[in-house]
Every structure is written in C-alpha cells, then in structure tokens.
Design a binder for this molecule. Structure first.
Ligand code: ATP
Ligand code: MG
Length: 301
C-alpha cells in the first residue's frame, strides 16, 4: 500500500460526512450541495484507493453472507448520465456475484400497475446475507410520476388516493416501508448522484459524438432534461421528507466520476463495518464432528 493511498483513506475517514448527508428533519436545498466537490483531492491522489476500498467491501460481504442475518439494500437515484451504471460496475466489481444482485426499475408493466406501487420493490428485496442494488427505485413514484402527472392517471388508483396530499402520503409510506425493513435487518443505504446540469450536457454531447456511446443516449433523455427544474424541486422535497435517522439520503457529488465511486464505496464500507459482523461460530458438538472427519481424512492411505 503506498503512502498516498493511506492518506486518502485517512482523509476519507475524517472527511465531513455531514457535507453529503441530507440531515433528517431539515429542509434540503440542492444549492448547498456542490456536484463538483472532491474534498480537495485529485484523481491522481486516489489511484488504487478505490481498489482497496473494494477489497474491504469483499471482506465484509463474505461475513455478511456467512452470517445470513442482515441484508443491505442500496438505493441509487440520479438524473440521466449521472453515472449510476458506472458506480454499480465499479463498486460491485470485487464482490462475490452469489451474494449480490441488481434490479433496474423501468416504467411499470401492466402486471405491476395492477398492484400497489411498492409491490415490485418487495419482490426485488435482497435476501438475508446479500447486497441488493436498486438502480432507480420506488422513489420514481415521487419523481417521474410527480413531474409527469399523466403517469399517475395510469395507476388505477381510487379517487380518494389521488388527492392533493398524495406526495406527502407517499413520503410517509416510504418512510414506514424503510423503517420496517431496517427493523427487520434489511439495512437501507440511499444515494443520489448529484450531477450538475452543465456536466449532464457535456456527457450527453459525448454520447452523441462517440459512436460507441450512441446506444447510451435516447431522445427521451433530452426531453427529461427540459424538465430539470421540476425534477430538482421533486428531489429536494423528497430529500426533505424521506431523509430519516434510519435511512438518510447521501447526496453524492457526481461531476467527477472517480470521486462519486470512491464516496459510494466508502459509505457502503462504513455501513457494513458498523454492523460488527462475525462469522457464525459452531457448537462444541459440531466442532467434535469436524475433528473426527479430519482424523478420518488424514488416516486415508
Ligand atoms: P440508462 O439510461 O443508463 O440505461 P435508466 O435508469 O435511465 O438507465 P432507462 O430505461 O433509460 O433507464 O429509463 C428508465 C425509465 O423508467 C426512467 O425514465 C424512469 O423515470 C422510468 N421509471 C422508473 N420507475 C418508474 C415508475 N415507477 N413509474 C414510471 N416510470 C418509471
Ligand atoms: Mg436513461
């Protein structure tokens, strides 16, 4: 391990986490969260740090899996081109595939629309011992659905559920849902990749200019960009109402991809570390059995 990496780890360990956590109970304004923030670091300073972080994640994941008691649900939300896919790819790259899963939530199917809005999320929750990532999530229900009221019309809701207070009601339902999960050992970590409007434009242009990136761009993305302010309003309101003690929002600076990957890995690491995970211990009887088998194996000719 080189000294630069140690410095980065030490720095991150004491970097002001409060600068990226949406404080529960306070009114959140995105102007207070700088998408370009890098904690005074440069990319060259952190070469290798992400890999070390990922190795540590793999270490904890192994115990999480063996212990089979807790699960970790990671919720990822962002505007287009903020880097969700890259975060997933990098953070998960060192993990054991048996112990993790990713679900990408798109516009709901006809079957999903026939159910309440959390139904598909319940079905996709990680089992105990696993890390599950929601690439977009039930938060779309207070984002895209809020920005496009016509989507709400398709939801087959009874008229009394579609009143003025629907967003406040959904915030409460989501808070209760997450509290229920956390109380039952399914921990919830929520990340918003906070990309600036300028940086999104640069990345869109890049996707148009580079043929191998064309597939990543759709004209629908450009249309949603026109509604940027509406989305930011919906995000601020949901951060204000759903950043809770049991599942606070992390507003991750995302104009520098290397920094967002490092900070997401850091918070996952801290969460797993805080669980004081331990490999299951075996009973004395089981241990005796193991020793008998050992003796048998060793006596084989
Ligand atoms: P990428 O573009 O990187 O592949 P993505 O997450 O943007 O990733 P898309 O297939 O482009 O994936 O978009 C998914 C779309 O589904 C988004 O526009 C999102 O708002 C929409 N969506 C997700 N959940 C819901 C929902 N509950 N109701 C309506 N639309 C939803
Ligand atoms: Mg998209």
């Amino acid at each position: 391990m080189d000294t630069k990496t140690v410095e980065v780890k030490e720095f991150l360990a004491q970097f002001d986490a409060n600068a990226v956590i949406a404080q529960p109970g306070s009114k959140i304004k995105l102007k207070n969260f700088d998408p370009g923030y890098t904690a005074g670091l440069k990319k060259a300073d952190v070469e290798g740090a992400l890999q070390i972080g990922i190795d540590r994640l793999a270490y904890y994941q192994d115990i999480l899996y063996a212990q089979n008691t807790y699960a970790l649900l990671i919720v990822l939300q962002a505007m287009d081109a903020a880097g969700k896919d890259g975060v997933i790819k990098h953070v998960m790259s060192g993990l054991n595939p048996q112990g993790c899963q990713v679900f990408s939530f798109k516009a709901p199917s006809a079957e999903e629309l026939d159910h309440d809005y959390l139904w598909r999320s319940f079905k996709a929750l990680p089992e105990r011992g696993r890390i599950g990532i929601f690439n977009r999530s039930y938060y779309e229900e207070v984002l895209v659905v809020r920005v496009h009221p016509e989507i709400l019309e398709k939801q087959q809701l009874p008229p009394e559920a579609k009143g003025k207070k629907i967003w406040q009601q959904r915030f409460e339902e989501i808070n209760n849902f997450e509290k229920y999960l956390v109380d039952n050992g399914i921990l919830v970590l929520k990340f918003f990749l906070n990309v600036s409007k300028d940086e999104q434009k640069r990345r869109f242009l890049d996707r148009i200019d580079q043929p191998e990136k064309n597939w990543k761009f759709s004209t629908a993305d450009a249309k949603e960009r026109l509604l940027w302010d509406d989305y930011m309003y919906a995000y601020e309101d949901l951060f204000t109402h759903t950043s809770t003690e049991w599942a606070p929002w992390h507003i991750i600076p995302a104009d520098r991809k290397w920094f967002s990957r490092l900070t997401v890995a850091y918070f996952i690491h801290e969460k797993l570390k805080s669980l004081n995970l331990a490999y299951p211990t075996v009973s004395d009887a089981h241990r005796e059995e193991l020793l008998k088998v050992k003796a048998m194996l060793e006596s084989e000719s």
